[in-house]
Design a protein around this ligand. Structure first.
Ligand SMILES: Cc1ncc(COP(=O)(O)O)c(C=O)c1O
Length: 439
């Protein structure tokens, strides 16, 4: 308790009431004081196949005994090539080139750097404006934070944030679309007019490098785009030569019942960022899947350079770490063998229905949004104490054996894909009790 400074956690309150896991299996944790806690959030959107999966554990152990680590620069390892091939084969369109890193934050910064390098390689180095979205989350690096739009994550960093960044409007209509259950809502209003009529003219489209969005705003609290939004965003980007980056750190690898959010929405971005579920969360790994067009441009720009010249000055010591890649290969095989993405789609309907029937109408509930195997219940804020109600509900749930996620005024539920009906019933029951208790 004296030395571990916990991330994104109220440390003073944690010290008084520690929550420490010492073991996990399936959808349950064991705590330091011997209690069972149901993992209602896949341990922060990671543990899609459930905890303690033997095929993944065995693959990691075998890899450690075979090739523990090998330098990532000027050489590589067999697992990295295999994992990259599997990931590229799962990705839509011409997303075929995988740049590995270790986390979603690194993926965000990597994708922004690729965008700048790509435009420069094509002689358009002036394209250096990035467009994110209000309440977007792209990790905690300076690039990701700058295009991100969660105020608390940005407010103390001032001018250290990237200067040429703008943000599109958020995708939420609490009046007409507060309750969403498994469908894409049709909005009367066209949210992207703001991009076309304000943001693009202000910066001039010729200066814009990339637009980066999460297909669904995950960290903000599972906010869903209106029907047709992402397709129209793709068209606008194409019209102006702007790259479109999908941050699929949460929506990637099955959460929506298919490989990626890009597949769910039928839109192929120019880059797709991933992390989390790719290794079932058991080993850090992230990456950016780039289009052939981006890769080829970067190579062609170096056509006249000597062969020993590096085309992209970027990478991490642990890019394509063999143990991480072995974990990814085993995870992706397991997803396939057990049809887990399909299962996520099916259980998503169970979750959406359970949340709407069990939570709608409870005190302070102002919205419920469910799609894929995830949902959020939104609560009215306590005046003068933003986030307190959701935090109190989270604590209540934890003490009653269910781990949920407080996100601003939301409680988010996103269990592992192996979740059973009874688990979902239990989660919703405990959340309902907590909401009543903290009314
Ligand atoms: C969409 C998105 N991008 C980036 C990140 C950052 O990932 P990491 O915490 O692995 O750096 C997250 C984390 O939740 C995320 O949801």
């Amino acid at each position: 308790m004296d030395h571990h400074w916990l991330p994104f956690t109220p440390n003073r309150s944690f010290q008084k009431d520690p929550r420490v896991f010492v073991a996990a299996d399936g959808v349950h944790f064991t705590t330091h004081d011997g209690k069972q806690v149901l993992d209602g959030i896949s341990s922060l959107w990671c543990v899609a196949a459930g905890h303690n999966r033997k095929p993944i554990n065995e693959a990691i152990k075998k890899q450690l005994d075979t090739l523990d680590y090998a330098t990532a620069f000027n050489a590589s390892n067999d697992q990295a090539f295999k994992a990259a091939e599997m990931i590229a084969n799962m990705a839509p369109g011409d997303l075929n080139k995988v740049l590995f890193c270790n986390s979603g934050s690194e993926a965000a910064d990597t994708s922004l750097k690729v965008a700048l390098a790509y435009h420069r390689a094509r002689g358009e180095g002036h394209r250096n404006v990035f467009i994110g979205r209000e309440r977007g989350y792209h990790g905690v690096g300076f690039g990701g934070m700058s295009v991100g739009g969660i105020p608390a994550n940005r407010k103390v960093y001032g001018s250290a944030l990237l200067p040429r960044v703008d943000h599109m409007r958020f995708i939420h209509d609490p009046v007409n679309h507060a309750y969403i259950n498994g469908v894409e809502e049709v909005w009367q209003e066209d949210l992207l007019l703001e991009l076309e009529n304000r943001i693009l003219p202000l910066h001039d489209p010729s200066n814009i490098a990339a637009v980066i969005v999460e297909p669904i705003a995950g960290s903000a609290g599972w906010y869903l785009p209106p029907k047709g939004y992402l397709k129209r965003l793709r068209e606008i980007c194409d019209k102006h030569g702007i790259l479109l980056i999908f941050d699929e750190v949460i929506t990637g690898f099955g959460r929506l019942g298919c490989n990626f959010g890009a597949d769910f929405y039928g839109v192929v971005p120019d880059m797709l960022n991933f992390a989390k579920c790719v290794t079932n969360g058991v080993f850090p790994l992230g990456g950016v899947i780039c289009s052939d067009r981006i890769y080829d441009s970067m190579m062609q720009a170096n056509a006249g350079a000597p062969e020993h010249a590096i085309e992209f000055f970027h990478g991490y010591t642990y890019s394509g770490h063999p143990v991480a890649c072995a974990a990814a290969i085993a995870t992706l095989n397991l997803f396939k063998e057990e049809n887990l993405f399909e299962r996520a789609g099916q259980m998503g309907k169970v979750l959406g229905d359970a949340m709407h029937s069990g939570l709608k109408g409870l005190p302070n509930v102002v919205g419920i949004r469910a799609l894929g195997l995830a949902g959020a219940v939104e609560l009215s804020s306590i005046p003068g104490a933003p986030g307190k109600r959701a935090f109190d509900i989270f604590m209540h749930c934890f003490h009653h054996g269910v781990l949920v996620r407080p996100a601003a005024e939301n409680i988010v539920i996103c269990p592992p894909y192996i979740v059973e009906n009874a688990n979902i019933e239990r989660i919703v029951e405990v959340v309902a009790d907590a909401i009543r208790k903290h009314a």
